[in-house]
Design a protein. Structure first.
Length: 128
């Protein structure tokens, strides 16, 4: 069964993105610390190519699909990341917000989602 982003409730979409990001922790040291996209770009306005870049980066930064991290978190695939993107155009989370949250989770995957670094992403889980 094929689902589109529109078929997924917004709050579920954000959770998928956060779980994808939350899977950070152990990863290859040769992965860049940022995606290379402009930090101020709003994630809900990214093109498919830009979103693919962000999801490719986050999946690699997290250690690759299927990697199990502390607290039982498993790294999602790029497809899962893309399916869980910011569907609400009023969400103002930026590429920098995603990268900051990924960095916090990479440092401590068990506590980062409660950190201020991930607050902009969590705020998108409840559309205005």
């Amino acid at each position: 069964m094929h689902r589109t982003i529109r078929a997924v409730p917004f709050s579920v979409s954000i959770v998928v993105v956060l779980v994808t990001i939350a899977a950070c922790g152990s990863s290859s040291s040769d992965v860049a610390s940022t995606s290379g996209l402009p930090e101020s770009d709003v994630v809900s306005h990214l093109t498919t190519a830009e979103l693919t870049t962000l999801c490719d980066w986050s999946t690699a930064y997290e250690g690759g699909p299927g990697t199990t991290l502390p607290c039982g978190i498993t790294v999602n695939t790029v497809s899962q990341c893309m399916a869980g993107t910011f569907a609400d155009p009023s969400c103002t989370a930026t590429v920098s917000d995603v990268e900051a949250c990924a960095g916090a989770i990479r440092s401590d995957s068990c506590t980062a989602l409660a950190s201020t670094a991930c607050a902009p992403l969590l705020a998108c889980a409840t559309p205005g």
